[in-house]
Design a protein around this ligand. Structure first.
Ligand code: GAL
Length: 695
């Protein structure tokens, strides 16, 4: 299936904000879009004030004209519902809709996203706007998709205004029915926090020291639900007016992970899109983190490609220093999106602003002009080259990626872990990234799934520090191993239930059974400590080391593969001789327990070992910094077609041995194949359509 069935090709374009330009520029824009190969723009994201200049007046004339111009040039529209930046008249009429910070500051107008996510006044007016826009353009031939709001929770993810706090109490009443249940769930008996009635409950703002963890987790759930609810509210109107137009909202990727519930929002929309801004100064770490985010986004709608909705052509303007990406890097990163399952590559924004808050942010059409001093602007050259790339590669659209490995990610658990008062600071996002790295380096396709998702089809599932596991998740993981899957747990996984209450016995009973271990104690150590681990078996995973955090465990039925064996500083931890890495046969599968935060080289060896055991192989062996992936066509006319995508993120040329792959056609320019080796220049890319596999 394609991300956008009505645009069954690779989408190319960007955010288009015509309201900041006079009408003659719109005509030039549409013409230049065509010249650059643009076929999709996200239109009107911040246009509320222009579309509705006052409470009782809409002005669609300008947008009619823009939609018409775009359509005439063959550019389709991902039309925004324009709810991301409320107009000044609305703020004036409803000052109570403004967000209030934990410190009590009321945020003002003059920026964007200035509404309390639960504000009823904001919602009432947003509904009117969405309906008006939807009705106006329901049958417009340029319309191929709806863009709901923009980057939900990017700037404001919670508000402590009185209306929100009232709704919070109602939410608690719905969830728990009475105050006694709230008290029990949050264990308010401790520290004298007990409530006599729901009205006594405030929001967890600032406290002298740690706030109640159960309360904080519920507050985060309540705040995240505001965004699911906002999407649902807009989606209901859009589906009523235009049942056939696909809906999306653009996620911020990693950045908003602790703030919204992607999984719940994904269930409300038709395809996933996200905005990717890796720091070009961040080297391979950033490139890998970006790959991980693509994997995460792709996994939110299995089987349906996503769209890279925004990225920068060159510099952004919101970091402490904004090193621009080179055009080569932007091209390589655009191909990374395709390689990891995207059906489109888009930018913020089409034409760089002359003034306003983002005037120093690059665009597809640079502010300096397309040519200057007799030279074509390098960004305009890039814009056209990418248009050409995506046209050549259009056969890839609709194909998908099959992964044998899944990493488990659960936002609620992550929220709980980020609360203070832990043995040490467990950074779950970092743990996920660390476990993704060896997979990325081996070109092993990996999905990111929730512990309650259907895990059928995966051979290996790794849970990096998933602190809270629901009873359903435990059943699910149990069944996964029973059926023959390989499951690996890392420290701090499965130790609590969904209220943050610790499971007695270290691990939930049924999981103790699966892993054949019992966790006795958590051992946090100084960041300078490097612990050693010694192998116990012939299948020696090599010398291993760990840092930061370990667990004192007993093996019951598990085979001990490696034991703790001293370190530089820790004398009396009791770890020495205790199991550090175990394997337990359970049902038809295997359960592996990693009782320490292994350092990068050790984790690399352990994951290599797990991949071998689970019989999972990467797409291709490539030199460091060269990414390889395989997309497979699912369309009935192209079934069996596969596309091998290679990207050299490094500054040196590389030669790649294609091994058993036989290329039929190279979809990139210039075709760089010679026999079964491929030369990739620095930042070079190649998409090879493979011959059908020989039986
Ligand atoms: C995104 C946002 C865009 C633009 C861009 C700049 O977060 O959706 O509107 O601000 O960042 O990098």
């Amino acid at each position: 299936m394609h991300a956008l069935p009505t645009l069954p090709t690779l989408a190319y374009g960007g955010d288009y904000n015509p309201e900041q330009w006079p009408a003659e520029v719109w005509r030039e824009d549409a013409r230049l879009m065509r010249e650059a190969g643009v076929n999709l723009v996200s239109l009107g994201i911040f246009s509320w004030a222009k579309l509705q200049p006052s409470a009782d007046r809409f002005d669609f004339d300008w947008l009619d004209e823009v939609m018409g111009l775009l359509h005439d040039q063959g550019v389709a529209v991902n039309l925004a519902t324009a709810t991301a930046s409320p107009p000044a008249w609305l703020v004036r009429a409803h000052p109570e809709m403004m967000p209030v910070t934990a410190e009590g500051a009321v945020l003002g107008h003059g920026s964007r996203q200035h509404y309390a996510p639960w504000s009823q006044a904001y919602r009432k007016h947003a509904r009117v706007l969405v309906r008006a826009v939807a009705q106006r353009y329901a049958t417009h031939p340029a319309l191929v998709s709806w863009h709901i709001n923009n980057e939900l929770a990017c700037h404001v993810h919670e508000s402590f205004d009185p209306e929100t706090i009232d709704l919070w109490r109602q939410w608690l009443e719905q969830r728990y029915a009475d105050v006694a249940t709230v008290n029990r769930t949050w264990n308010t008996a401790f520290w004298s926090q007990a409530y006599g009635s729901l009205d006594e409950i405030g929001a967890p703002r600032l406290g002298p020291t740690f706030l109640n963890p159960g309360m904080c987790l519920d507050w985060r759930r309540f705040c995240a639900e505001a965004f699911v609810d906002l999407v649902r509210m807009e989606a209901a109107i859009l589906r009523e007016v235009t049942p056939d137009i696909p809906l999306n909202t653009n996620f911020v990727g990693w950045h908003d992970l602790p703030l919204i519930n992607h999984r719940a929002i994904a269930a409300e929309i038709d395809y996933i899109s996200w905005d990717s801004y890796p720091d070009p100064a961040g080297g391979l770490e950033q490139i890998q983190a970006n790959a991980l985010c693509h994997d995460f986004m792709r996994s939110l709608k299995p089987g349906r490609p996503f769209i890279l909705m925004e990225q920068g052509t060159g510099a952004v303007n919101w970091r402490a220093f904004n090193q621009p990406r080179s055009p080569g890097m932007t091209r390589a990163l655009s191909h990374q999106a395709l390689a990891r399952g995207a059906d489109g590559v888009m930018f913020f924004q089409w034409r760089q602003s002359r003034s306003g808050a983002e005037q120093f942010h690059s665009g597809m059409l640079p502010i300096q002009g397309r040519t200057l001093a007799g030279h074509e602007h390098r960004i305009w050259t890039l814009t056209k080259q990418l248009g050409d790339d995506l046209t050549r590669a259009k056969a890839v659209a609709g194909s998908t990626i099959h992964a044998d490995v899944a990493l488990l990610v659960d936002y609620e658990s992550m929220w709980a872990t980020s609360h203070g008062g832990k043995p040490t600071r467990v950074d779950v996002m970092n743990e996920v990234t660390r476990h993704h790295r060896p997979l990325w380096e081996r070109n092993v396709a990996v999905d990111l799934r929730h512990p309650e998702d259907d895990l059928t089809g995966y051979r290996l599932v790794i849970a990096p520090a998933v602190q809270l596991l629901s009873d359903n998740a435990i059943d699910n993981l149990h069944a996964f191993v029973d059926r023959g899957g390989h499951l690996a747990f890392t420290p701090f996984t499965g130790i609590g239930d969904t209220t943050t209450c610790l499971r007695e016995g270290g691990l939930p009973g049924r999981l103790t059974d699966v892993f054949g271990v019992a966790v006795e104690e958590w051992i946090a150590v100084a960041p300078t400590h490097r612990g050693r681990v010694k192998s116990e078996t012939d299948a020696d995973p090599g010398p291993l080391a760990w840092t930061h955090f370990a667990e004192l465990i007993h093996a019951t039925t598990a085979r001990v593969l490696a034991r703790f064996d001293g370190g530089n500083e820790l004398t009396d931890s009791g770890l020495d001789g205790r199991p550090a890495l175990t394997q337990n046969a359970h049902g038809r599968g295997q359960a592996w327990y990693l009782a320490a935060q292994f350092d990068r080289p050790s984790l690399d060896q352990i994951i290599a070992h797990l991949l071998d055991a689970a019989d999972v192989r990467g797409v291709l062996d490539t030199p460091q910094g060269v990414e390889a992936s395989l997309r497979q066509a699912e369309d009935s006319t192209t079934v069996g077609l596969r596309y091998l995508h290679l990207i050299n993120h490094q500054a040196d040329p590389v030669t790649i041995d294609l091994k058993h792959y036989r290329g039929e056609e190279c979809l990139t320019d210039p075709p760089m194949m010679a026999g079964h080796t491929l030369e990739l220049p620095p930042l070079g890319v190649a998409i090879i359509q493979l011959d059908p596999p020989v039986d």
